[in-house]
Design a protein around this ligand. Sequence first.
Ligand SMILES: NC(=O)c1ccc[n+]([C@@H]2O[C@H](COP(=O)([O-])OP(=O)(O)OC[C@H]3O[C@@H](n4cnc5c(N)ncnc54)[C@H](OP(=O)(O)O)[C@@H]3O)[C@@H](O)[C@H]2O)c1
Length: 296
Amino acid sequence: MPPTTNLDGNVVLITGGTSGIGRETALALADRGASVAIVGRNRERGRDVTREIDRRNGDGWAELYVADLGSQEGVRNLAAEFRNRHGRLDVLVNNAGTFRHRRTETEDGIEATFAVNHLAPFLLTHLLVDLLVESAPARIVTVTSELHERGTVDFGDLGRENEYDDMEAYAQSKLANVLFTREIAERLRGTGVTANAVNPGFVPETAFTREASLRGRLTLGLFSMLPLPFTKSVEEGAETVIMAAASPEMADVTGEYLSDGRIAESSEESRDRNVRKRLWDVSAGLVGISPEYPIR
Ligand SMILES: NC(=O)c1ccc[n+]([C@@H]2O[C@H](COP(=O)([O-])OP(=O)(O)OC[C@H]3O[C@@H](n4cnc5c(N)ncnc54)[C@H](OP(=O)(O)O)[C@@H]3O)[C@@H](O)[C@H]2O)c1
């Protein structure tokens, strides 16, 4: 584990903090003194995390926000509730993610993988970006996947209405995470707020494949039988996320894709400026905000 800054007095918001990589990240950052706000739908799992943080008796402290990030109203309510309770935000970890066997639409009429994995972090970051800027130096960490390399942004059919494939929908959403990160990093240059995307590696122990197809689960099951270094424990999967969120060596790193504890090369499409600007504008339209965000 790389060294991390003491986080006393820092406020961290982690989506998907109720399970897997997000849970592990929440525990680690609370151990280092942060006040950690975790977000998930499952109140019981969330309470387990906040209780565990209390039990460990570190310097940190935790609170739970129950929200469905597949709902834009849910994201807006979450941001409003957070702002009511906190006047600062030092680290935003956009970690919550979903992998869906069947195509489903959210209450906003958007394909759920795209809504939860990309539009939710896009909108939540927008709603909290001024707090991050006021709290600078601050960090935005968005959890992507190596599978982004298999993705392409299909602007003609972002919601995969014509033909749905769970792996393609997921890969598109994880590519969108990297494109979002590179674009917001550029827009925030000079503010003291960094943004990086993290590939946690393949972590078969998490609950991640709950909603995957049998084919997806079988593929991941086979992967999980592979020896190290192909698979990671939850603790190992969280390491690069924690590094991006809290390591002093990351203080000035922005707009990067991180994997295995270092800056890595992401796919060609993820580095395409035209794609990322177009995705930004389309995303702003889908969540009903100005594409000028963040206004500096
Ligand atoms: N595991 C891997 O091999 C792997 C590999 C590459 C990337 N990743 C990425 O790592 C991130 C974390 O995944 P994980 O493996 O730790 O999986 P996990 O154990 O299933 O955790 C996913 C988290 O996201 C939350 N979440 C999912 N849908 C949500 C929604 N609609 N609203 C609010 N919260 C929601 C879940 O909370 P609730 O259930 O409480 O709602 C849970 O806390 C994801 O972004 C995933 O794409 C994972």
